[in-house]
Design a protein around this ligand. Structure first.
Ligand code: PGA
Length: 256
């Protein structure tokens, strides 16, 4: 069964609304979603103007964080309902930069559930902090995934997107070898199948993230169990993000 590829941009804490609108316009004017899906995740302050820019195209909108509660006394936080009302369809949960700032597996699990309950697709990030042997890394990934998805029912499993982002590869220009990626993604696919059953596990989108760019996209996106990418730096300029999406489109056809 083929899984639709997702090319997702995580803009992190970059850009004013004006920057976001300009970039979103370039993407939406130069991309057709016939073969793969494209998603951008700007900062909160850019969501509404960017949603307006995207409204006639196929590029989707997501946020970078969500609060676990639906409403209440949580100064400075944003709920899933608020994101949905801004036009978001996706939200990133458990990004390593938030985990490094203190977010725990329990909090990530609660946010991932809140996203689903609020009608958003969570992109749940996992990844080992330092370079390690494959078996050791797999142990870390299994622990993180089980803890972060512990409250997700089998019926909801296929609505979660999982992004494997080795922390040491994020923003560094370093990427795992293709053999290591093949091993990691085969492991992740088996893990989600073991956890959610063949039917659900074989439908879950698995993304790679960490220094993915227009030059290495072909090698990385060719890996069978990689169903797209979560892209930071290379998503901040339309030409590089569009180039990755173009490569993804070619592989989507070959993998189908
Ligand atoms: P990068 O970031 O592509 O700049 O390495 C990826 C991410 O943090 O999601």
């Amino acid at each position: 069964m083929s899984i639709r590829t997702l090319i997702a941009g995580n803009w992190k804490m970059n850009g004013t609304p004006e920057f976001g609108v300009t970039l979103a316009k370039e993407l939406t004017q130069n991309f057709t979603c016939d073969k793969v899906d494209m998603l951008i995740c700007p900062s909160f302050t850019s969501l509404i103007p960017v949603a307006d820019t995207l409204k006639d195209g196929c590029v989707k909108l997501g946020a970078q964080n969500v609060h676990a509660e639906a409403s209440g006394a949580h100064t400075g936080e944003i709920s899933a309902e608020m994101l949905k009302a801004c036009g978001c369809e996706y939200v990133i949960t458990g990004h390593s930069e938030r985990r490094a700032a203190g977010e725990t597996d329990d909090q990530v699990a609660a946010k991932t559930c809140a996203a689903l309950e609020g009608g958003l697709t969570p992109i749940l990030c996992i990844g080992e902090n330092a370079k390690m042997q494959p078996a050791e890394a797999q142990e870390v990934l299994e622990k993180q995934l089980r803890a972060s998805m512990k409250n997700i029912a089998v019926t909801e499993g296929s609505q979660v997107v999982i992004a494997y982002e080795p922390v040491w590869a994020i923003g560094t220009g370093l990427v795992p070898t293709i053999d290591d990626l093949k091993e990691a993604f085969t492991f992740l696919r088996q893990l989600v199948i073991k956890t959610y059953g063949e039917e659900v596990g074989s439908k879950i989108r698995l993304l790679y993230g960490g220094s993915l760019n227009a030059e290495n996209a072909a090698d990385i996106l060719a890996v069978t169990d990689i169903n797209g990418g979560l892209i930071g730096g290379a998503s901040l300029k339309a030409p590089s993000f569009l180039a990755i999406a173009e490569v993804a489109s070619q592989y989507a056809e070959r993998k189908a």
